[in-house]
Design a protein around this ligand. Structure first.
Ligand SMILES: [Zn+2]
Length: 188
């Protein structure tokens, strides 16, 4: 690079990706763009995730304290990224099994929210899908690699969560539950 030039194009697969993933050439502009060398068209889309809002009979929701970055130490609801072609509802059930050690029953869909996830020094767009779920709370066994603590917060008065999409989903969950409580079984 000559003196005074801008920073080198960044590596990566997110909105700031600076190299073609097919031929490795530097891109003239950030995605969406086409590689001038091979013609590969590079788009960056929000990656889907699935999360569980588990509400008990007292109107409280299950929260976990994150063990890992980003946002380690903050409260979250259970969830994670969809694998490959996995449907978000299947990912929600799988994440429940992995993070809580229990089989969850999905009882309703809350909504989808576009957020930001910091991963490998990139800020990636994510499409966070939230589901109501029930489970046998006495059977929960946390995965210590994922969460260090568990608690139940009042759905009507949630704390600030690790991700803003969780804040939005909890507001909508409380509203939906107030609208149609009989269709959303809450806990056992
Ligand atoms: Zn290329």
């Amino acid at each position: 690079m000559s003196a005074g030039s801008s920073d080198p194009a960044p590596l990566g697969a997110g909105p700031t990706a600076g190299f073609c993933p097919r031929c490795g050439s530097a891109l003239a502009s950030r995605p969406p763009t086409a590689c001038a060398s091979c013609g590969y068209q590079l788009y960056v889309n929000a990656r889907p995730t699935a999360s569980l809002i588990v509400v008990d009979d007292a109107g409280r929701f299950l929260a976990l304290r994150r063990a890992i970055d980003p946002m380690a130490g903050l409260w979250e609801v259970p969830g994670g990224f969809c694998d490959g072609f996995e449907h978000p509802v299947d990912a929600a059930v799988r994440e429940g099994r992995e993070e809580l050690g229990v089989e969850v029953q999905i009882t309703g869909f809350i909504g989808m929210y576009v957020g930001t996830y910091e991963f490998q020094h990139e800020f990636l767009p994510v499409l966070d899908c939230f589901y109501f779920a029930t489970l046998d709370a006495s059977a929960i066994r946390l995965d210590p690699a994922e969460a260090t603590d568990l608690t139940w917060f009042d759905l009507a008065d949630p704390p600030k969560m690790a991700f803003s999409t969780m804040d939005s989903a909890l507001v909508d969950a409380a509203r939906l539950r107030a609208l149609v409580p009989e269709s959303l079984p809450s806990g056992k």
